[in-house]
Design a protein around this ligand. Structure first.
Ligand SMILES: [Zn+2]
Length: 375
């Protein structure tokens, strides 16, 4: 396990390759981003918008997937206010929303004065699929990630909307296993690091009917092409910066987490809309030896707000914390006992980076202020 010499991302993250300078994929993306002519990219977006407005016969010009978080609020604002498009927001409803999450989504719709469709997945099926994703893959939120992409595209197709505007391309923005080249086109967004080329059929057994999983199924590319649907990443056209988006929406009534950062977090506004996500993210700690603190510190390093040495201190101070806040909710929702939960966690513990010392699991590799691999 080696760490990027500019940020603190380890090469245990799937797809991360440190180059000869010791830089990770996301740090290389940042260098690339500095040379982008954003004015040209903006003009390209203006052209797409003008084309869609000319040929759109739908009630809406574009669909924007939203959660009420900082990025989607900003996305919807750009399309509705800057480009004066008739926006249809589509939200995959949280099953265990937080008070802040409910407020933020409501406030966003009020602030932008636009329409929202909320897709809420059938609870019994969603719970079963999440549970399987946790027990078999250590990744309960696979179910949600699958449904987010598919439900949004299905709604666009049903309503005949010609343009879908996603946020950032996660492989480019955060560095991952999929393609390394930034493109505008997001039609194949269902092939990404979150879904790992699995589809909903990988999780079905006789107890779930094909008719129960419509919103998990991504439309085939041919039908999307016939429908003339264009799908783009706004992050390809706009110099994406989550922290700037946070500052932007905060002035418009966005609430960060009232109780301050969750365990293991260094900021208080990351994925705060629902309660089931945190343990999913924490599983990265078990599998790859890093989670929230590393992700959040790296993001601030990439965007020039944090010094690497400060990040090393923050990561080493926070990453051993367990997301205890939502454990009970997590167990109840998935009908798991605490014993079953920990047995599942242990199934996924990466023994190459964890060692049991005096009866306690210890992570063997930590970022250090010396710019060599630590361990
Ligand atoms: Zn890096």
């Amino acid at each position: 396990m080696n760490f990027c010499t500019r940020c603190v991302m380890p090469d245990t993250k799937p797809g991360v390759v440190l180059d000869e300078r010791g830089l990770c994929n996301a740090c290389r993306s940042q260098e690339f981003k500095q040379n982008i002519n954003w004015k040209h990219r903006r003009q390209a977006l203006e052209k797409i918008v003008a084309d869609v407005k000319t040929r759109s016969e739908s009630l809406y010009d574009c669909v924007v997937p939203v959660s009420g978080g900082k990025n989607s609020w900003y996305q919807a604002w750009v399309m509705a206010k800057e480009f004066d498009m008739k926006v249809l927001c589509v939200c995959l409803g949280a099953h265990l929303p937080t008070t802040e999450g409910i407020h933020n989504l409501n406030q966003m719709i009020k602030d932008l004065n636009i329409d929202l469709i909320k897709v809420t997945l059938k609870p019994s099926v969603y719970k079963k699929i999440r549970r399987r994703c946790f027990v078999r893959q250590g990744e309960p939120n696979w179910a949600e990630h699958c449904a987010v992409f598919s439900s949004v595209v299905n709604v666009a197709q049903i309503y005949g909307v010609q343009l879908i505007v996603w946020g950032e391309d996660i492989a480019i923005e955060f560095g991952g296993a999929q393609h390394q080249k930034s493109t505008a086109d997001a039609i194949d967004i269902n092939h990404n690091d979150l879904l790992k080329d699995k589809d909903i059929h990988d999780w079905l057994e006789n107890d779930i009917s094909e008719r129960d999983v419509f919103f998990y199924k991504y439309p085939d590319y041919e039908s999307l092409s016939t429908s003339g649907i264009k799908s783009i990443y706004l992050g390809h056209f706009d110099n994406w910066d989550g922290r700037e988006h946070y500052n932007f929406v905060q002035k418009r009534g966005f609430h960060s987490r009232k109780g301050g950062p969750l365990s293991g977090n260094y900021i208080d506004y990351d994925n705060i809309d629902e309660k089931l996500c945190e343990i999913n993210i924490w599983m990265k700690y078990i599998k790859f030896g890093f989670w929230r603190a590393t992700d959040q510190c790296c993001y601030d390093i990439w965007n020039g707000r944090l010094d690497r040495n400060e990040a090393v201190d923050i990561v080493n101070r926070l990453q051993d914390e367990f997301p205890k806040e939502y454990l009970d909710d997590f167990l109840r929702f998935h009908d798991l006992t605490e014993k079953e939960f920990w047995q599942t966690v242990e199934k996924f513990r990466n023994k190459e980076i964890w060692q049991k010392l005096s009866g306690k699991w210890q992570l063997q590799y930590r970022p250090s202020k010396h710019l060599t691999s630590s361990g």
